[in-house]
Write a protein that binds this ligand. Structure first.
Ligand code: C2E
Ligand code: MG
Ligand code: MG
Length: 640
């Protein structure tokens, strides 16, 4: 029994030790307060148990009983205070932790439950001390059962609460995980989008938006690469094709820009598919394409590739229910180690392409160093042309135009001539395109008008009875001159000539270049009584639809068609068709380039009102032209 009493004290020591361990865990003051009271309570209980076990023999002493009662009461009082402090602490927010609120009476009751048990047992203890006989063993059993029930109830509630909390925790965890997965997925998607956008931007910077082909930047980069590789590796070779569509502007102007775009996309696609994967097919802009053929500089191979490009245009393109025949002019340059910069090889390819255009388009030209020399000549001519007018190197020749009905001279066409100080005679076919390109054609044409009108006035004075007219060729560049009509008016007035004596010759291609302005100019001419003839009819991009929109007086059949007419009238179908068309539209027809008597005869039979050509006369100097007038004024051209 002595050992059993000591076990009580040992149990108390164990509890005290546990409390000390908890207290030394750096608890906040709020958390530590109640524990100190518990510590005190168990210290009293330890003292009580020690006295009970060690001073058993003095149990008859009053002091022994009183000391034990004081210690036990102090113990119970300390436990109660600890419980109250804990209750107060719970009703206040714990710093650093979420606020715990005693929401509702149920929550308070739940928290109070263990203390109710404690309070009840304290009450029973006090009662048994005051009135030892007041509680029968049955009552004690009932009270103990009640207290135990409360403890069990509290335990059940705690378990349930724990289950609820762990369920909530599980749900929160699952939710957290789901959010983490979602967020990770969103981040991965955003990252992918960013990467795609970067790739797209890099692609856009190097590719043409319309056709998707490599653009100039990428082409230059690949050219640089090929040039560098050729310098390093003598086995390596490359070549380029520089291509420009013929008459693409006409398609754009007549069918609209969106049709033009669709056509470009189709052409780009076909070009791409007729080349090898390793070749670069690039669009430089507008209707210019460059093909870089990797690993082959042999002329034969480059020409084969050019032929494949030509085949791309052999069939008509269908765009918006219309069929359009396209063609391209190409310059071919085999890569050589002399090239240092991409711009050098592109310049040469451009020159060769330009030559292909000059030779009649729809063809390819292989670059040769002579082409560069002729380009230099062109540059020199351009420079000299600026001085030609000042140095009086320009003059006019006049080619007679006959009235084929009665054989009289109906007028002359003024044709420009340039006698270059060192190069001799330069044909207008050579220098007029240069003058058109650099704008010199504007002052030159004003000068031609002045000369031609004065010359006509002189002839009219000399041959007053002969109704003569003078035809001047007008380039499209002149359409943009606002004072053109005014200057012509002034020149005619100064020469005292009626506007009907002046004829303007305009080509189809000039009209097509800027149709709306051309119509305005032609309308102004008609209003004033100046006549307009369409020059070289049949060679341009004839769109028959515009013919009746334009205020024209006559069509000049291009000499190509007239010169093809053989004795007996063979090959005359085109001229015959043009004559019929003109008649239906109420226009006159003048045939250019009549070189033989047979052509002359046939032209007359077809019903052309006018004729011009070497058979009648070559372009003449003014004095010769005067003599021509006096010879032919009243004579009828015989069937000679
Ligand atoms: P165009 O207006 O069609 O002029 C007719 C051209 O054909 C002239 O060449 C003339 O000499 C040539 N020709 C006339 N009859 C025959 C023939 O029977 N056979 C052959 N083979 N040719 C013949 P030219 O004088 O060399 O002029 C060529 C072109 O230069 C002209 O073609 C015209 O487009 C342009 N041109 C001439 N003078 C001027 C001008 O003052 N201003 C503008 N803008 N262009 C001009
Ligand atoms: Mg002409
Ligand atoms: Mg002509």
């Amino acid at each position: 029994q002595h050992i059993l009493s000591l076990a009580y004290a040992a149990g108390d020591l164990l509890v005290l030790w546990a409390l000390v361990m908890i207290l030394f865990r750096r608890l906040s003051e709020q958390q530590a307060g109640p524990l100190w009271w518990l510590f005190g309570a168990f210290s009293f209980l330890l003292a009580y148990d020690l006295i009970t076990s060690s001073l058993e023999g003095f149990s008859s002493l009053t002091i022994y009983g009183t000391l034990r009662e004081i210690l036990l009461s102090a113990c119970i009082l300390s436990i109660s205070i600890a419980g109250l402090r804990q209750l107060l602490a719970l009703s206040q927010p714990i710093p650093g932790a979420g606020r715990y609120s005693l929401a509702g009476w149920w929550e308070t009751a739940r928290l109070m439950m263990p203390y109710l048990g404690l309070g009840a047992s304290f009450g029973i203890l006090i009662l048994s001390l005051i009135q030892p006989q007041a509680l029968s063993p049955l009552m004690i059993a009932i009270w103990v059962s009640l207290i135990l029930s409360l403890v069990i109830l509290r335990q059940v509630l705690v378990i349930r609460e724990n289950q609820r909390l762990s369920g909530q925790l599980f749900q929160l965890n699952a939710e957290l995980e789901r959010r983490v997965v979602e967020r990770t997925e969103a981040l991965i998607a955003a990252n992918q989008e960013l990467q795609e956008r970067e790739t797209r931007m890099a692609h856009n910077a190097l590719h043409d938006a319309l056709t998707g082909l490599p653009n100039r930047t990428l082409l230059i980069d690949r050219l640089e690469h090929s040039i560098r590789r050729m310098r390093r590796d003598p086995q390596y070779s490359f070549g380029i094709l520089f291509m420009d569509l013929d008459g693409f502007k006409v398609v754009n102007d007549s069918l609209g820009h969106s049709t033009g775009d669709k056509l470009l996309i189709k052409i780009a696609h076909n070009l791409r598919s007729c080349m090898r994967e390793v070749d670069t097919v690039a669009r430089l802009g507008g209707d210019e394409f460059v093909i870089l053929l990797d690993g082959c500089a042999a002329e034969k191979y480059l020409v084969d590739a050019a032929q494949r490009v030509m085949d791309v245009f052999a069939v008509p393109y269908e765009v918006e229910a219309q069929y359009v025949y396209m063609a391209a002019s190409m310059g071919i340059v085999p890569g050589i180690p002399d090239y240092v910069e991409p711009a050098d090889i592109l310049r040469d390819a451009d020159l060769a392409m330009y030559e292909a255009k000059a030779l009649g388009k729809a063809r390819y030209v292989v670059f040769t160093p002579e082409l560069r020399a002729s380009a230099l000549d062109r540059l020199m001519l351009e420079k000299d042309l600026r001085l030609a007018m000042e140095k009086s190197e320009l003059h006019l020749n006049y080619q007679p135009i006959l009235n084929l009905v009665d054989g009289t001279v109906s007028g002359f066409e003024a044709l420009l001539r340039w006698r270059h100080a060192s190069h001799g005679m330069i044909s207008p076919g050579t220098f007029v395109p240069i003058a058109e390109a650099n704008g010199m054609i504007i002052p030159i044409t004003f000068w031609v008008f002045g000369e031609a009108i004065q010359q006509l006035a002189a002839w009219k004075k000399q041959f007053p009875a002969i109704p003569l007219s003078i035809a001047v060729n007008l380039s499209a560049r002149l359409f943009s001159q606002p004072d053109l009509m005014h200057s012509i008016d002034q020149l005619l007035a100064a020469a005292q000539l009626p506007p009907a004596d002046l004829v303007l010759e305009i080509t189809e291609s000039a009209i097509i270049q800027d149709t709306s302005v051309a119509i305005k100019i032609l309308q102004a001419c008609r209003d004033k009584g100046i006549r307009v003839h369409m020059d070289d009819f049949g060679t341009g991009y004839s769109s028959l639809s515009y013919l009746h929109n334009f205020p024209l007086n006559a069509l000049k059949v291009a000499q190509d068609f007239v010169m093809r007419i053989l004795p007996g009238g063979e090959n005359s179908e085109i001229v015959r068709t043009i004559v019929t068309l003109a008649r239906d539209l109420g226009l006159e027809v003048i045939a250019e380039g009549i070189e033989t008597p047979a052509q002359m005869e046939y032209i007359r039979q077809l019903g052309c009102q006018g004729g011009q050509g070497f058979y009648i006369s070559r372009p003449l100097a003014p004095e010769e032209a005067g003599r021509f007038i006096s010879r032919h004024s009243f004579s009828r051209i015989q069937n000679s």
